[in-house]
Design a protein around this ligand. Structure first.
Ligand SMILES: [Zn+2]
Length: 256
C-alpha cells in the first residue's frame, strides 16, 4: 500500500509538471483515472490500526499474498478442503477465524473425520506432519494396511482451556489447534490415542513416534500423561510464543 501511495504521488507530480509544457496532451488522463480509485481504497485500511475493538482473530489474518501462498501449500500437499465463510462471533471479539478452511482429506486418501475447521497455517502443519511422519510410521504397521482416517476431536471451537469458563481462551478458539483422537486403517484395527506407557505394543510405538514428531511441525503437543484432560487425544497447535518456545512435554505442561 505504501508503494501504491508513493506511485500515485509520483504520477500525480509528473502530470502536474508536464501540464504547463505540453498542454493539449491526452495521455496522462488514463493514469489519473487508474490511480484515483486506489487512493480511495487506501483510506479505510489506514484507519484500521486505531480501531480499539480489534481481537485475536483479526490479528491472525494473513495478508492476501500470504494467504494465497498458504492455500498453494495446501494444494501442493494434496489437502482436500474448502474455503468457508468467516467465523465472526458477535459476542466475542477474540474467537473466530477470518480465513477458515474446512479440511475433509488431510492428504489424498486420508479423510479427516469429522471435517476440521482450521486456519490455513494449522492445516498446512497438519498435512506436513501427516505426510512426513504419520504415513511413514504407518508403513511400519504392516498388519493394518493403509491409513484411511485421522479422527478429529476438535478443530475450531470458541472455548476456554479445559472448558474452564473463566480461563484463557484455547488455541482452538482461533483455529490454531486440532485434536487427534485416533487413526483408522483399511485392513487392521484402529489405533486410539490413549495412555499406552509400557504397553509394549506397536500401537504404543506408533503413538509415541507420531507424537514426538508432531513437535517438529506444531509448537504445542499435549497428550496422554500431560494431564487428565488429554488422556484420549493429541492436542496439536501452532501458537506463536516469544523466543519460539515449543511445549512438547510427554507429561506435565500447560493445560489447554
Ligand atoms: Zn485441543
Amino acid at each position: 500500500m505504501i508503494r501504491m501511495g508513493a506511485a500515485f504521488c509520483v504520477m500525480a507530480g509528473s502530470v502536474m509538471a508536464d501540464a504547463p509544457n505540453e498542454a493539449p496532451r491526452p495521455e496522462p488522463r488514463p493514469d489519473l483515472t487508474v490511480t484515483a480509485p486506489s487512493q480511495a481504497t487506501e483510506a479505510p485500511d489506514d484507519s484500521e490500526p486505531v480501531e480499539v475493538t480489534i481481537g485475536q482473530r483479526d490479528l491472525l489474518v494473513l495478508p492476501a499474498d500470504g494467504y494465497a501462498a498458504c492455500l498453494a501449500d495446501l494444494d501442493r500437499l494434496g489437502v482436500v478442503y474448502t474455503q468457508t465463510d468467516p467465523i465472526i462471533p458477535d459476542d466475542d471479539r477474540d474467537c473466530g477465524i477470518v480465513q477458515p478452511v474446512t479440511v475433509t482429506e488431510i492428504v489424498a486418501g486420508v479423510a479427516v473425520t469429522p471435517a476440521a475447521v482450521l486456519r490455513c497455517p494449522t492445516a498446512v502443519a497438519f498435512a506436513t506432519w501427516t505426510t512426513d511422519f504419520v504415513l511413514p510410521a504407518v508403513q511400519r504397521l504392516d498388519d493394518r494396511g493403509a491409513l484411511t482416517v485421522i479422527e478429529n476431536g476438535s478443530g475450531y471451537i470458541c472455548r476456554r482451556r479445559n472448558g474452564d469458563g473463566s480461563g484463557k481462551l484455547s488455541e482452538h478458539a482461533f483455529g490454531n489447534a486440532v485434536d487427534i483422537m485416533g487413526f483408522q486403517f483399511d485392513e487392521g484395527p484402529r489405533i486410539a490415542v490413549q495412555p499406552r506407557e509400557a504397553e509394549g505394543s506397536m500401537a504404543e510405538a506408533f503413538q509415541d513416534a507420531v507424537r514426538a514428531a508432531a513437535c517438529l511441525e506444531f509448537s504445542t503437543v499435549l497428550g496422554p500423561g500431560s494431564n487428565a484432560a488429554h488422556d484420549d487425544h493429541l492436542h496439536l497447535d501452532i501458537v506463536a510464543r516469544s523466543s519460539g518456545y515449543r511445549l512438547c512435554e510427554q507429561g506435565g505442561g500447560d493445560p489447554d
